[in-house]
Design a protein. Sequence first.
Length: 336
Amino acid sequence: MSIDYKAEIERLKAKLPVTVVGHYYQRDEVFEMADITGDSLELARKCKADANPWVVFCGVGFMGQSVKVIAPQKRVLMPKIACCAMARMIDGSYFDESVEYMVKHGIAKENILPITYINSDASVKAKVGEMGGMVCTSSNAYKIIEKGLQSGKKILFVPDRCLGQNFAIQMGLKSCVIGQTIDGKACDPKEADVICFNGFCSVHQLFTLEDIEFYRHKYPGIKIAVHPECDPEIVGASDFAGSTSQLIKYINELDPEQKVAVGTEYNLVNRMRPNGNTYVLSSTKPECPTMNETTLEDLYKTLKSIEDNAPINEIFVDEHTVKYANLALERMLEVN
Ligand code: 13P
Ligand code: SF4
């Protein structure tokens, strides 16, 4: 006999002291089951404030880990411990190498203020926390960089070069990317305010200038709205850039007749303004493969494992990592 996953999920949610959390990029059928939804900043905040001892997080690994770091007393399970490809681009040793690069180029370690995008492993957040640094998300990066600059130190921004560069441009700051050369010149930390690690999101790399030209030509007057994980040239050619929640707000406030092409993950864009005036800014289907891994069946099995007293896919973070990653996350929440 086949299981009615939706009905079973509802039954288990009503019975167990559990909160189901879903990022905007989840598949629709999974997203609809979530008690808490939002962008990565909102999810971190709301999970911290939530009273249930169990969290089942439908998202990517760093998100579940962040809940465990902010609220270590909670039991955090993930229906799929799917990994964000960008977060996988940096680990503790790559972080140390980036600090070393700056030191070799004349910046003393005590004059470096690291900021890590929340899309990073807890071990990287811990290293950032130990050096007095902070976490940021795409919705508060401006404020966090501004706060970081008040220290008078150079900012080391990891792992997303696009986010680091986009906010540096917006703030009138100079930036460079470790490992990239421009006109034959390597990144010189002495000449830049924000020194970026060379990481990126492969999903947000899919949006091109040709896509923007195509839509502007096809629908004169159309607005282009993108996520700041897109390349700086894409953000520069757009009308608006913002985190997933900021994109939703921007689009909801447009005249319903206003056409808009959106450069971010497919599931989110597909869910917005179902009146036919919202387009995916790509000829491809820009799905985040790992966000899409979670199915209703996975969610059901994870909830059932709590009922059966045999929890699966639990997130554990060691004490040292929790201590320092928490410092970096709490510094972010304080700024907010
Ligand atoms: P948000 O902070 O906008 O939720 O973005 C998270 C993410 O992974 C975007 O690709
Ligand atoms: Fe990571 Fe990109 Fe997926 Fe966001 S869309 S979770 S940055 S791989």
